[in-house]
Design a binder for this molecule. Structure first.
Ligand SMILES: Nc1ncnc2c1ncn2[C@@H]1O[C@H](COP(=O)(O)OP(=O)(O)OP(=O)(O)O)[C@@H](O)[C@H]1O
Length: 611
């Protein structure tokens, strides 16, 4: 079973909210940002000044100005070009440093968010989609921090400075230029809805393709077993085609934006030239003809920062969509509050009390568990039995505090789980799940997950007690053997024994054991039973039981039906007095006998509990 789906549904974000969110991230890097903007202003401003002065130089040369004056102008133009290049290099360097520093922060925030909302808050998201947010969405923000934010500031300063300079020589031309510059800057505003739509679609399609591929790789074995490879191929093909269509729409809009901007730049320069020509032809002359070429050059160059800005804002839709997905994850509320401050004084003997516990999954019509009242004395084992869907795993998840009861409470030695800090719970309650996850790492490192400081001797002791040692000796490199992705190099039973060794190393006083429902051969079952007995000794255990032998070994068995507690007693007594339990046990025995006729262990258990 998987934990609950949270009710959290992110509200749609406007461009302004996203921009404010992105800029807020910059506030911790004001110095680097200001430096980058300064370099950007010098780079773009120097470029415009060099272009304008080069035009002045040509005009003066044509007008027969003295060589010394031409030389001075040449030195000035060269100096400006060098300064602009240096500023360009510095801007690129600082802005990328800034961007990488912020991206490193964002990635850590994403990691913290994943940790805060796991496991319940992640259950409704596909792992490929989450990986895409953590990697590609975060990566997409690079363009904003390294370019967009800086170019916005530069584009707000440099063209205005160019208009100001022009106003000092020709106020009318400056007014004409200003009108065209405003028109050019408004292009992304006209197209913002399309840009947002295209960007969102592009990021979504890219995430979908990524998720499809991740699913395909993870489920390759099942797909080939059930002949589903062709269908999976078609799904990848469809996702690829949809991504290509989204990319095409994005490029088409980008191309139109570029063409419109080119048109506006040309029209702006032509208007300045036309008005300038008209002014210089007036009597008395309103503008010296010699200024015409430099002023037209200045007008054309003033569009440079706008072109640079629009080159990056063209992908604003993608950035906004990626930022929205990242912010959604960062702002997703934790499924359980972490406000507890109490500690457990006595940790060696912990008893568990469930008081009137009721819990319903969000959107479910009925509670998964209702009014459960249970007590597990310190050091004893309580097995939870019931048909599939009866609420056994839900109780286990509540004890692990993956979620909180809607009504009632769960206490360890009288302390409500909600009163403990969240990080304290794994120190008190260990979990051995039926679906064991092992990292693609050595067996030793997988074991050290529970106790990072454990010595090799301690690892070996835990392996001995959890019956890992017999198969450990067969592994090529013993504890240093890499167990493969998700522990693929080990069998299901072996993985469970590794998980038991891990729980032993974790050394928590309470244990939640979700027993594997799959049937094991007699030898494996015996090994597993011995390992379980070892980890349960002296621990308070809540055992989600599927096997008859495990039910018999528990101190008491609680029977659930449709989320309600039917009865709770020792196995033999329960078998006699509780018809629901008797039916469950009989069904178990018949199923096992059917699968393994004549199996002695089953017969003996059957004889035992039927007495
Ligand atoms: N994440 C979830 N979201 C919504 N409902 C859920 C979720 N997980 C379980 N349920 C529902 O809650 C009820 C109890 O499920 P639970 O997994 O606790 O039963 P179980 O007794 O452990 O079953 P099994 O033996 O098959 O694992 C079922 O009706 C199930 O469909």
């Amino acid at each position: 079973m998987s934990p609950t789906t949270p009710a959290h549904a992110p509200t749609p974000r406007t461009d302004r909210r996203i921009l404010v969110g992105l800029l807020r991230t910059l506030s911790g890097h004001r110095r680097a940002f200001t430096l980058a903007v300064l370099c950007g202003v010098v780079n773009q401003g120097g470029g415009i000044a060099a272009t304008t002065l080069a035009a002045v130089l040509v005009t003066h040369a044509l007008a027969g100005a003295p060589l010394s004056q031409l030389l001075r102008l040449t030195v000035l133009v060269t100096g400006l070009v060098l300064l602009s290049s240096l500023a360009n290099w510095l801007e690129t360097w600082i802005s990328h440093e800034l961007s990488f520093a912020i991206l490193a922060e964002v990635r850590m925030w994403i990691y913290d968010a994943l940790e805060r909302i796991a496991p319940v808050g992640l259950s409704h998201r596909r792992s490929g989609d989450l990986a895409d947010t953590a990697l590609n969405d975060a990566e997409s923000l690079e363009i904003f921090y390294a370019h967009t934010s800086i170019y916005i500031a530069v584009a707000a300063v440099v063209p205005l400075a160019a208009v100001g300079t022009m106003a000092a020589f020709a106020p009318t031309l400056a007014a004409v230029l200003l009108v065209w510059l405003i028109a050019a800057l408004s292009v992304p505003l006209w197209l913002r809805h399309a840009a947002h739509r295209h960007g969102q679609r592009l990021r979504q399609r890219s995430a979908e393709l990524h998720t499809e591929l991740a699913d395909l790789v993870a489920g390759l074995r099942e797909l080939s077993l059930f002949g589903g490879l062709e269908r999976a191929r078609q799904r990848v093909d469809t996702a690829t085609a949809e991504l290509a269509a989204a990319e095409r729409a994005q490029s088409l809009r980008g191309g139109s934006e570029q063409a419109v901007l080119g048109l506006l730049t040309g029209a702006g320069a032509a208007s300045v030239l036309a008005v300038g020509l008209w002014q210089s032809g007036q009597q008395p002359q309103q503008l010296p003809a010699l200024w015409l070429v430099p002023l037209t050059a200045l007008a054309t160059a003033a569009f440079g920062p706008v072109h640079t800005l629009l080159r990056v804002t063209r992908v604003w839709g993608v950035t906004a969509s990626a930022a929205g997905r990242v912010f959604d994850l960062l702002e997703q509320p934790a499924p359980v509050a972490d406000t507890g401050t109490r500690t457990l004084e006595e940790r060696s003997a912990v008893h568990v009390r469930m008081r009137d516990v009721t819990f319903a999954y969000p959107g479910a019509r009925h509670p998964a568990v209702s009014e459960i009242d249970l007590h597990v004395a310190a050091g004893t084992t309580l097995a939870i039995a019931g048909h599939s869907g009866a609420g056994k795993s839900t109780l286990a998840h509540l004890l692990l505090r993956h979620m909180d009861p809607d009504v009632g409470s769960i206490h360890l030695n009288g302390v409500d789980l909600r009163e403990l800090p969240r990080r304290e719970v794994p120190r008190l309650v260990a979990h051995v799940d039926q679906d064991v996850f092992l990292f693609h790492d050595t067996l030793a490192e997988n074991l050290r997950l529970a106790a990072p400081e454990a010595s090799e001797q301690q690892l070996r002791e835990a392996c001995d007690r959890a019956r890992v040692t017999p198969f450990l000796e067969q592994l090529p490199n013993g504890l240093d053997t890499v167990v493969g992705e998700r522990g693929a190099a080990l069998s299901g039973g072996q993985r469970q024994r590794v998980a038991i060794a891990r729980a032993l190393l974790q050394d928590a006083p309470v244990l939640v054991l979700d027993e594997s429902a799959s049937q094991l051969d007699v030898l494996s079952e015996r090994e597993l039973a011995a390992a379980l007995a070892s980890v349960r000794a002296q621990r308070t255990t809540l055992l989600v039981a599927h096997r008859l032998s495990t039910l018999c070994s528990a101190d008491r068995v609680a029977v659930l039906e449709h989320g309600r507690l039917v009865d709770c007693a020792a196995h033999s007594e329960l078998y006699r007095r509780c018809s629901a339990y008797a039916r469950l046990v009989d069904a178990q025995v018949e199923a096992v006998e059917l699968q393994a006729p004549g199996r002695e262990s089953v017969r003996s258990v059957t004889r035992e509990h039927r007495r």
